[in-house]
Design a protein around this ligand. Structure first.
Ligand SMILES: [Zn+2]
Length: 257
């Protein structure tokens, strides 16, 4: 994977329009499909409403957001209603986040968030545009990156270093089980995965995770049985090879790769 933009492209002036051309071309030339490993992904014809690329082999779709700065906790995205409606659709796109160095004209980071991490809780509604705006009343969205567990943030390029493709594909495969579930089940699993990550150790006890009971109760106020629900998620994650039970009440995360 070469990280520099090709010189045959449009000269880079100041507009984001040009940057878009550079980064899209780069993705088309250099990026493999993180779902099936196909060597290239393809652009959709212009003006496709939500996705920018697709894989001809596995049909995975991708949206690209690119910027000069590293992405913060919130990423501005498209129309709120459309994002929400598309969550349950099988062709909801996975999200590439690319940041580039404007002077070097090269890619610094490329991360992908697989579509199975997109649940309602990571999409925030923005304020409608002011009446004076060209698209008055239009409501956009934020993607809350800080609500995505780290297993859902897969770097293909990190700090200017391409990551080994096998490691990327393995990290992607590791959470594919989430795709088999509906939004509600996925939501619980993702919340418990985040709690486990917050503990910050590969081995942890049931008490470590029960410490999140009140946090989860706030997220799911209608659920009166949060502890059994947590246990159920841990069993599910064990069955899918995300963690293992070491002994009664003690757990170990399985290695990412
Ligand atoms: Zn593919």
């Amino acid at each position: 994977m070469k990280l520099g933009f090709e010189e045959t492209q449009l000269p880079y002036t100041s507009g984001t329009q040009n940057a878009r051309v550079w980064t899209e071309r780069w993705v088309r030339d250099q990026v493999y499909c993180p779902n099936c490993g196909a060597a290239k992904i393809n652009s959709f014809p212009n003006n496709s409403p939500l996705a920018d690329f697709f894989c001809a082999l596995c049909r995975e779709e991708f949206e690209l957001k690119s910027g000069k700065r590293t992405f913060g906790p919130k990423v501005v995205d498209g129309a709120f209603r459309t994002k929400c409606d598309r969550l349950a659709a099988s062709n909801n796109p996975s999200l590439f986040l690319l940041n580039y160095d404007r002077k070097q004209l090269s890619v610094v980071n490329l991360m992908v968030v697989p579509k199975h991490f997109f649940v309602r809780k990571i999409i925030e509604e923005r304020k409608p545009l002011a009446p004076t705006a060209r698209r008055a009343g239009w409501i956009g969205s934020y993607i809350l990156l800080n609500q995505v567990p780290s297993s859902g943030k897969i770097f293909l390029v990190r700090d200017g270093q391409p990551q080994p493709k096998e490691a990327v594909l393995a990290q992607w495969r590791k959470t594919l089980f989430l795709r088999e579930e509906g939004l509600e089940v996925r939501g619980w699993l993702i919340e418990v995965m985040k709690c486990v990550e917050t503990i910050g150790r590969p081995e942890f006890s049931i008490d470590d995770i029960y410490a999140f009971e009140s946090h989860l109760s706030r997220l799911y106020p209608d659920n009166q049985n949060v502890k059994p629900k947590i246990l159920q998620q841990l069993q599910y994650l064990r069955d899918r090879g995300y963690l293992e039970f070491v002994s009664r009440g003690s757990y170990r995360l399985l290695s990412r790769i």
